[in-house]
Design a protein around this ligand. Sequence first.
Ligand code: ZN
Length: 298
Amino acid sequence: VIAENRNVFAGAFVDRSGERRKDDDWLAAALDSDDSRFVPVWRKRCLVAGDPPGIALLTRRQLDRPVDEHELIFLGIFKDHPTFAFSVDGETPAYDKRGDFQELRYLGTVLPPDEANLAAHARALVGWHASQVYCGRCGSAARPAAAGNARQCVNEDCGNQVFPRVDPAIIVLVHDDDRCLLGRQASWPEGRYSTIAGFVEPGESLEDAVRREVYEETNVRVGRVSYHSSQPWPFPSALMLGFVAEATSTGIKLNDGELEDARWFTREELLAGACKLPFSISIARRLVDHWLGLAGRS
Ligand SMILES: [Zn+2]
């Protein structure tokens, strides 16, 4: 039984209403309705207002300029409102009188779960469109399609269609009796350690990726692998797939040099603050808390 996913940014709070994405009449009516809500994204940041901050859900009348309907990304129905995201350009963003544009990593620590999920969804799609201006097959322009949930090459001889990208990455807490394996990258804040992570490669199962990444980064061999939970991590497009795994060897060697250090920590050491633990909103932290027996508090 997989428990309800309580990872920050996760949760099916938006009814994505996939059947509406090609319903032009419904979309036109929604864009013209005072009932619809609009989420601006500027430089990967979402607009928030209030204390504590809440995500700014603008009405049609609050839009500074008419947004080209092709630039609007239909996210779905959020709290009974058709909800769209759009990209805001410029050195000084429009709508800055209505609140502050804030980074998603910060917003994950302050927004309620449903708004954090909406913000992650909006940021991921706006960022994806910005990275797919041209067709990757023929080099012609590509334009948004399916209400911003796909892109289509304008060259009719090509007709290439692309869909939003999600990059699966495994993240794993490896344990050996009362010790767990954590590592750190040189660029991280001093003293911070985290669970082992890496992208899944073509032709790999998730279990294969867990075993390969742990071996490459630490030389540790892993036996049984169990799924824990997953987390959307749109920086820019990862999906973190969390696992717990049992070590079958314990000697550490930093094979691929990705980590600056890796060590075995006992529960006692972690609880006593032997290292700085991963960022509070990350699935890495939740995996560590789960192993420490603090799952109810994470
Ligand atoms: Zn093309």
